[in-house]
Structure formats: C-alpha cells, structure tokens
Write a protein that binds this ligand. Structure first.
Ligand SMILES: [Zn+2]
Ligand SMILES: [Zn+2]
Length: 376
C-alpha cells in the first residue's frame, strides 16, 4: 500500500505551492542520499518524497490525484487502454529545487528559459503488430506554449518588465563573512522579469495543457522493451526554452501460440501417437496469415523440431527474417475403448526391441549397472 502523498510530505490537503515546496525542501535535505550514504531506508524515503512532490506541484496531476488517488498514475489509470504517463525524471525535479543551491548546475540563460520535461508514453502492441509494423495514433496531454501571449505570460499588449532586484539577471549575490553566495532572485524566481498583468489564458505561466494527437511509426520487427524517442514532442519549455522529448516505451504482449526469441519464433504442436509412429502432416498458420504444411516423418520422437526458414519475425530495419521452429509433442492416447485397448495389447505382444531402441538400450544399460554391484 502506497503512502498518501500529503502524508508523505507532512502537509494538509489544502496546502498551497509555497507550503509544498517548503515541506519538500526540508524533507529532501534531511533524506538526501548524499547525506545518508548507504542508507537504503533513507533512499527509499527520498524517492517517496520526490514522487509525492512531483505529483502535487503539478496542478493537473494534483487534481487527478485528489480525485482518483494513486490509481490515477498506474498503468491505464489516466487514459485507459494501457496507457500511462509520467512526466519528468528524478534529475529534473531534483535540479528544479536544488539547482540554485548546488552552484547552479542548471543552465539558466537570462529570462529564465527552461527546457520542457520529457514525457513517457507506455504502449502495448500485439506480436502480429510487431510483425507487420504499424502507424499508431496517440493522444498526449502535454503543456504547450500559450498562443495568447506567445509564452511570455504577460497579457497581450503588455510586456513583462525587467526585475529591479536583480536587474534582469535572475540571480542575486549575498555576502556572508568570507563567502559570497549567488542565489536565485527571490523577487522574480530567477526569471529576470516581472509580469504585472498576467495573461488570462495561462495565468502568467506561459504554457497551457493541451491534448495533442501524434502519429507514431512503429517499425516492423520491433522488440519488447524498445524505446522510441520523438525529439521535441515532450512538454513545452518555460519562457521560450526548448521542448522536452517524448519517449514511447513499447511492450509486446505475449502470444498464445508463438514464443519469440529475437527474430526467431517457437511453437509447440501436439501430435497424436499414431501420427508420430506412422508419419503424417499438419498445417500451421504463420504470423503473416499464410498456412504452411509441416511433414512429420514416420517414427518421429517427442520434442522433434522442424525449422520453417524465413517464417519468423522481420529483423528491425533490415531485410532479413528469422525462422519459425515447430516442436512436436507426442500425445499419449487416453480414454481408450475396449477395442483400442485390445489393438494396443496385440501391438505390444508383436513389439520387438527394434520398435523402441531407446528404451531397450536404456534398460540394458541399467541391467549392466545393477550387475556391476555383484562384482564389487
Ligand atoms: Zn498566456
Ligand atoms: Zn529578479
């Protein structure tokens, strides 16, 4: 059972952004892995704190969490049909808070431009779809640059003004004893600009949440666990910064009949004892929908494998194709009628060692082994 995000951060349900940030900052400092090296419990707690803050600081995610709880972010929770979103990464959020304390690793040009967060989209496809490849239409909710103010955040017709505290640099210097510390300007939060009259559409954020439709090309032969990167299709940047990327995480559903190993496919086919003994054939439908007849030579043993060349999976971005391996399993007859039993008993009487060289060989070796004990 996952802990409640509000409880994790130790805040009330109605906490505002400031309270959230303060609570997160305090806890993150306390549990940061650098301060507690080798302490797994602290690391776990740190991750929980991060996750809780990442969700609650985003108004859209917070609203979803308030309505649906943790279920909102589980696979399929937010959009159904096995799709789940998670914005940003661990590093992103970390630098968001600590960037200014850690010597400003984050690249912040004047005007506070920030790259948008990367988005993750989970997609599940069938083995047939992986075989043929497909073009998938997906809908991605992402923040995009506000068209009303072109991302400036200021009401159309007005301009953001330069921050007086930092003269537009976004950073201020404070001297404490021997140290001179540079930190983010508290007046403009590092933007270098003040918005007196915020744009109504985006409330001064410069971005709005929109659902975009994208068409994604899934190439034939794609494997489970493949990641497709769509550059610039993630969240819009802040104040003119570049957009993040969208990553599609593909998983291929297990197939009822075929198991996949790279480009090769495997299929187990049960055949009757008589087909195995007398010989025969059966038909298999391959992934391209065509049928292929497999011949079973007489005297085939259980586990015998037949290779159908070029009937496997296509190799990603290559002209070659894998093979399909058919493995037969011989089914011993059950629920015999009286007549069948008679026939098999008669067959048994007529059987010689030549009919079953493997078992006769095995039992003669077993006999030798037993006799070797008498000689000791
Ligand atoms: Zn706007
Ligand atoms: Zn400032």
């Amino acid at each position: 059972m996952k802990a409640d995000f509000y409880e994790t951060l130790g805040v009330q349900k109605g906490a505002d952004d400031k309270e959230l940030k303060a609570a997160f900052r305090k806890l993150a400092m306390q549990y940061h892995p650098d301060r507690n090296p080798g302490d797994d419990a602290c690391e776990h707690k740190f991750k929980e704190i991060n996750e809780a803050y990442e969700t609650l600081k985003d108004p859209q995610k917070r609203a979803a969490y308030d309505r649906f709880g943790h279920a909102a972010f589980e696979n399929g929770g937010m959009n159904g049909a096995g799709h789940g979103f998670a914005a940003g990464g661990f590093a992103d959020i970390f630098e968001d808070i600590f960037g200014d304390m850690m010597g400003g690793r984050r690249q912040r040009s004047s005007g506070g431009r920030e790259r948008g967060a990367d988005l993750r989209y989970n997609m599940e496809i069938t083995l047939e779809e992986a075989f043929t490849g497909k073009t998938a239409q997906i809908r991605v909710p992402a923040s995009v640059t506000c068209t009303e103010c072109s991302g400036s955040g200021a009401k159309p017709g007005t301009q953001p003004t330069t921050c007086n505290t930092c003269s537009g640099s976004g950073r201020v210097r404070a001297t404490q004893g021997f140290f001179s510390i540079e930190r983010t300007c508290p007046t403009c939060q590092g933007r270098g600009q003040i918005i007196k009259d915020p744009c109504q559409k985006c409330s001064g954020h410069g971005r709005v949440i929109e659902e975009r439709s994208l068409s994604v090309n899934i190439p034939a032969g794609i494997d489970d666990g493949t990641r497709i990167r769509l550059a610039g299709e993630g969240e819009a940047g802040m104040r003119g910064g570049p957009a993040g990327d969208l990553y599609i995480f593909l998983s291929v559903k297990p197939h009822e009949l075929f198991q996949r190993d790279g480009a090769d496919l495997y299929c187990k086919v049960p055949i009757s004892m008589t087909t195995a003994a007398l010989g025969g054939s059966f038909e298999v439908t391959t992934l391209d929908g065509s049928q292929t007849r497999v011949k079973v030579p007489e005297g085939s043993q259980n586990g015998r494998q037949f290779r159908l060349k070029g009937k496997g999976m296509p190799v990603l971005r290559q002209p070659s194709v894998g093979d399909l391996y058919i493995q037969v399993s011989v089914e011993t007859p059950q629920n015999l009628t009286r007549r069948q039993r008679e026939l098999l008993e008669e067959f048994e009487k007529l059987s010689s060692q030549e009919n079953s060289p493997q078992s006769s060989g095995f039992f003669s070796r077993m006999k030798d082994f037993f006799e070797s004990f008498g000689e000791r």
